[in-house]
Design a protein around this ligand. Structure first.
Ligand SMILES: [Zn+2]
Ligand SMILES: [Zn+2]
Ligand SMILES: [Zn+2]
Length: 335
């Protein structure tokens, strides 16, 4: 039904049970906008002022080791702490709060200051995957940790202050909002939403961007961000700790190719927030969960023009102009 895509409509996200407004008539061929190389200046492989580079001093005086692959440390500015006193009793049911404990870590992907996921080798990204799995297991096994959120914020536009390739892990005592929505959707479905969805998109082809033996990348039908993508494991895995050796390699290859495709959209290091969603670590088996990753890039028509979530989007629903089908067509040719 491509014809109906040309008029305003809204699409349903079965994972969050929220709607997105799509206004395809507002934009035509948006990627033909100006192409600007905003960060073309060469970055050094080592930056003496970078707090993530090997051997350098961090805030608080700690020194990074001369690491040669990945490097994990507790965030010096952690948003959560392992110890938290009980919150004072509430004075009203309208003023609800509770203590939240957690652990915040940083994972450096590489000793090289100048690389991005798209520029690293699949073998080097595989070591990052191994570090993520080890962290998911270690943090998830802490008795008070019920959810482990691994995420990468890339680019100044997304608030990332340091270009050194790294991600963060926030492990929390409670399930955060987005996983709660997905938990409810997975639990209510009669068959796995993402097993079904991956099969459907592979059959239709219109929004599928890339596939290998273990993973499928799609521009989801209900995407909010212009070049948003969803990475889904072919096998029903509840978490990254269930990845086989081959699946870890395939995840590394998928991430390298997807990040590389993003960087070729406007010939800049494409900003995004990405992260994995997987089973909570509360001790239950959670067979309903299907391991996946979201990429949320803000760029719209050029390296300079970003999407803002304002106005109707803050007060009503998210809205997009470029359709996921148009974004898929653009991204697919860049893989
Ligand atoms: Zn660095
Ligand atoms: Zn599944
Ligand atoms: Zn998700």
């Amino acid at each position: 039904m491509p014809g109906s895509y040309e008029f305003p409509h809204r699409r349903f996200n079965p994972l969050t049970r929220e709607w997105v407004l799509v206004s395809p008539h507002r934009t035509k061929r948006p990627w033909q906008g100006q192409i600007e190389k905003t960060d073309a200046k060469a970055k050094p492989a080592y930056d003496p002022n970078c707090y993530l580079c090997p051997g350098n001093e961090r805030a608080g005086g700690a020194h990074n080791p001369a690491y040669e692959s990945t490097f994990v440390f507790d965030n010096d500015f952690a948003a959560l702490l392992p110890e938290a006193p009980p919150f004072p009793a509430q004075v009203s049911p309208l003023l609800v709060a509770e203590a939240e404990r957690g652990v915040c870590r940083v994972v450096c992907f590489s000793p090289r200051h100048d690389l991005t996921l798209g520029e690293m080798t699949t073998g080097d990204i595989r070591r990052v995957v191994d570090a993520w799995v080890a962290q998911y297991r270690e943090l998830g096994s802490m008795p008070f940790i019920r959810y482990v959120q691994i995420f990468e914020n890339r680019g100044e536009m997304m608030g990332a202050s340091n270009p050194h390739p790294h991600c963060q892990i926030w492990a929390t005592e409670h399930l955060p909002n987005e996983p709660v929505k997905e938990q409810n959707a997975f639990a209510a479905a009669t068959s796995c939403l993402l097993c079904d969805y991956a099969q459907l998109e592979l059959r239709l082809g219109e929004r599928a961007l890339y596939e290998n033996g273990s993973f499928v990348v799609v521009a989801p039908y209900w995407a909010v961000w212009p070049f948003e993508t969803l990475v889904v494991s072919r096998r029903h895995l509840t978490g990254m700790d269930e990845l086989s050796e081959a699946e870890r390699d395939d995840l590394a290859e998928t991430l390298r190719r997807l990040a590389g495709a993003y960087d070729r959209v406007f010939d800049v290091v494409f900003p995004y927030s990405m992260g994995f969603h997987q089973r909570p670590t509360d001790g239950d088996a959670h067979p309903e969960w299907h391991f996946h990753a979201h990429f949320y890039p803000p760029l719209l028509r050029s390296a300079e023009v970003r999407k803002h979530m304002v106005g109707f989007e803050m007060l009503g629903s998210p809205q997009r102009d470029l359709t996921p089908e148009e974004a898929a067509a653009r991204l697919r040719e860049l893989f």
